[in-house]
Design a protein around this ligand. Structure first.
Ligand SMILES: [Zn+2]
Length: 144
């Protein structure tokens, strides 16, 4: 496993992305939805990897739209878009915005543009179960 640390600009939300393949083999996706486009997000995922998100206290703000099944994690203080999470059958899956990683330069290849607007909820959940990364999401108030 390779491990990449990162965080938002102010440091209140941290991320660790572990993935099983070399960066060059990870698809970098630029989703065409209005949210990702506005953020210029370049997301990555590895279903064989692991994603940990860690927010100090209530540092993270969750934004939902459209189907309402996805939590878009944004730092309340500095506005960085960290990544997105989806709960499904008590499992949590996610993607990370590669811009938030310290080694973001490893993921600066051409992004694949994706348009998921034709999916229904069942199709979206199935795709994410297969392609998104298992997540640990820690946002308790005990975090230093
Ligand atoms: Zn921040």
């Amino acid at each position: 496993m390779r491990s990449y640390q990162g965080g938002c600009h102010c440091g209140a939300v941290k991320v660790v992305f572990e993935n099983a393949v070399v960066p060059a083999d990870l698809e970098i996706r630029s989703c065409g939805c209005g949210f990702c486009t506005r953020h210029g997000a370049r997301t990555i995922t590895d279903p064989a990897g692991h994603l940990e998100l860690h927010a100090a206290g209530d540092a993270a703000m969750i934004y939902r739209f459209a189907m309402g099944i996805t939590d878009f994690i944004i730092c309340r203080a500095c506005g960085c878009y960290m990544g997105a999470l989806m709960e499904d059958d008590d499992d949590l899956f996610g993607i990370v915005n590669s811009r938030m990683l310290d080694d973001r330069g490893c993921f600066d290849g051409a992004a694949t543009s994706r348009d998921y607007s034709a999916e229904d909820e069942e199709g979206r959940r199935a795709r994410r179960r297969a392609t998104w990364t298992p997540v640990t999401w820690r946002h308790d108030t005990d975090v230093a």
